[in-house]
Every structure is written in structure tokens, then in C-alpha cells.
Design a protein around this ligand. Structure first.
Ligand code: COA
Length: 296
């Protein structure tokens, strides 16, 4: 039997509008070809709160695809959502979406686009469009009933739970510590802090003025806790600040009977891997590749 494909020259790409919210939700939840990498948000909430770049692909009035990217941060952004309707030409739909998105990104001066390949289906589609493998994200897991003692910090540095008004200072630390595309937007830090089970900042007191110099955010999930974010300002690195934040977080969960803690980090991040190894975090084999496209 031969299948006649619909005329894909009729494919149109539009901007997202709230009117299509229901169709997008259906597309993302009912089809095989989906990519969802939102970390802290639900898709509806994210699309409406973010200054995201969102495109919809239509064929004969039916929604057949969508692609959404985070607001560019330091000239980089992430593909956060993508979906193609089952039984349509995945390649054509993704190409049409990407073509439209790419020209918008170039106009905004974006130089790098990244995607966490949570599932493999997009690789053969994105590779011909110029995406290449960048690096692996590894997952490390700790399952210990003993919480380590907190190391001695310099006298000027202490740790306390976060407050809502720390978010701006946390974002500064984050952007000093991480390179693009790994920096987190302030809205994401705010949301992560809001839903965290344990979030702490390290602050330094110099001449009576307190300055946030590090932070960690951890969440709870069905099987344990997850260290979702850890960053220390380069000015105070290698003084035990991250070790103190991690050990206090482990002690917090230990007191509540939560003994399994996971964390993700870049395979190339030797400092963080050294740190996590010291606290008995070991690879659990759940690694995910990051692919990128350079637009510069
Ligand atoms: C990873 C990070 C949080 C560590 O913060 P920190 O306050 O400097 O950490 P600590 O001082 O507690 O410990 C650093 C450890 O790394 C070791 N280290 C430093 N440079 C290293 C290197 N190039 N290779 C291997 N180990 C290194 C230090 O000796 C120390 O280990 P030790 O306690 O056994 O002596 C900080 O470097 C950072 O913010 N990096 C960017 C963001 C990041 O990678 N976050 C975590 C990954 S998601």
C-alpha cells in the first residue's frame, strides 16, 4: 500500500498564541515525537510566563508541530519543547519550524542553541540542520545513611536558608560561576527556589555588609532528593563553601530520613565531579547528551 503524503508546501508556521494552548497541550501529551525539558515548570505555565520563542506548524488548519526555546541569555538559548504529530512527515515539520526559529534567533544575535537529548528521536533530524554533539550530562547518585560533618569555613562565611529576596544575588553568583549556556535565568532560579525542599545560601560578611557568595537548591522527588543547582562565586572558590553547602543539605535530608540524593553535572566538569565523589556520589549510568548548533 502506498501512502500519499499531504502537500507539505501547504505547511505554515505561526507564532504561538494563547488560543492554541489546548491544541499544544494535546500535541505534547499524545504523540511519540515530543521533547520536554522544562525542569521547574509545567508547559502551559512556562509558555505563558516566559518571553519564550514559540512557533507552531499548521497543515490544513491542524496543528502538526511546535517548537519552543527559552528567552536568550548571554546569546545562548535552549530548545525546551518540541513536538510533531504522529503520522506526519517529522522531518518536514521540524525543518519548517527550525527555519523560522533560526532566522528569529539570528536577528536577536543568538550565537548558540542547545538541546538536552532526553530522547533520541530528534538526533537524525537535527544533525542535518547543523547540530552537533557537545558533551554528556552525567547523573551521580548517593545512597548513604551517614551525613558528613560540615567542613570549617572561613570566619567571614556562613550558611542560612534562602529568603525570597536572595534571588537576584543568587543569579549574580550563578552567572559568575557558570558559562553560557549553563547559566540559569533569574525566573528559573526564582521558580526553583520556590519549589525547593531545601535551599540555602552562603554569605560573606565583610565590614558588616553581607554578600551572597554561593547557593544550592535541592528538590524532593518520589525516590529521594535531587541537588538541582550548586554554584559558588569564583572569588571564594576552593575555600570549602560548596562542601559546606552540600554537607548541610545532606544532613538536612538525613534528619528527615531521605538517604538517596542525585545530582547532574557535565562530564567535563572535573571540579564538581571531585566534589561529589568526596561526598560518595557515584555515576548511576543515566547520562544524557547535549547537542548544540553555533549560529555565529
Ligand atoms: C563546583 C563548585 C560549586 C565548587 O565550589 P567550591 O566552593 O570551590 O568547592 P570546595 O572549595 O568546597 O571544594 C572544591 C574541591 O575541588 C577541588 N578542586 C579544585 N580545582 C580542581 C580541579 N581543577 N580538578 C579537580 N579538583 C579540583 C578542590 O581541591 C576541592 O577539593 P578538596 O576539598 O578535596 O580539597 C564551583 O567550582 C562552581 O561554582 N563551579 C561552577 C558551577 C558548577 O560547576 N556547579 C556544580 C555543577 S552543577
Amino acid at each position: 500500500m502506498t501512502t500519499t503524503l499531504p502537500p507539505y508546501s501547504m505547511l505554515t508556521v505561526t507564532q504561538y498564541s494563547k488560543r492554541s494552548r489546548h491544541s499544544v497541550r494535546e500535541l505534547l501529551s499524545r504523540n511519540f515525537y515530543t521533547h520536554v525539558h522544562l525542569d521547574w515548570h509545567e508547559s502551559d505555565q512556562w509558555m505563558e510566563s516566559e518571553k519564550a520563542i514559540i512557533r507552531l506548524a499548521w497543515l490544513n488548519g491542524n496543528l502538526v508541530g511546535m517548537m519552543a526555546l527559552s528567552e536568550p541569555l548571554n546569546n545562548t538559548c535552549w530548545i525546551r519543547l518540541a513536538a510533531v504529530l504522529d503520522h506526519t512527515d517529522t522531518n518536514q515539520v521540524m525543518r519548517a519550524l527550525w527555519q523560522d526559529v533560526e532566522s528569529d534567533l539570528r536577528q536577536r544575535g543568538v550565537q548558540k542553541v542547545a538541546i538536552l537529548m532526553i530522547r533520541d528521536w530528534a538526533i537524525p533530524l537535527l544533525e542535518p540542520m547543523g547540530f552537533r554533539f557537545e558533551e554528556e550530562i552525567v547523573t551521580l547518585r548517593r545512597a548513604e545513611r551517614i551525613a558528613p560533618d560540615a567542613p570549617q569555613l572561613p570566619d567571614s562565611i556562613s550558611i542560612r536558608p534562602t529568603r525570597g529576596d536572595d534571588v537576584q544575588a543568587m543569579a549574580v553568583v550563578d552567572h559568575n560561576a557558570f558559562e553560557p549556556p549553563w547559566q540559569m535565568a533569574i525566573g528559573d532560579i526564582h521558580q526553583a527556589e520556590r519549589i525547593a525542599a531545601n535551599a540555602t545560601v552562603a554569605f560573606q560578611n565583610i565590614d558588616g555588609v553581607n554578600r551572597v557568595v554561593g547557593y544550592q537548591i535541592s528538590t524532593l522527588y518520589f525516590d529521594g532528593a535531587h541537588l538541582a543547582r550548586l554554584a559558588v562565586d569564583p572569588l571564594v572558590q576552593n575555600q570549602g563553601v560548596a562542601s559546606a553547602l552540600v554537607s548541610e543539605m545532606l544532613r538536612y535530608f538525613n534528619r528527615r530520613g531521605v538517604y538517596v540524593v542525585t545530582v547532574n553535572t557535565q562530564a567535563t566538569n572535573t571540579v564538581s565531579q571531585h566534589l561529589y565523589r568526596k561526598f560518595a556520589f557515584y555515576p548511576n549510568g543515566y547520562d544524557l547528551p547535549v547537542w548544540v548548533k553555533d549560529l555565529a
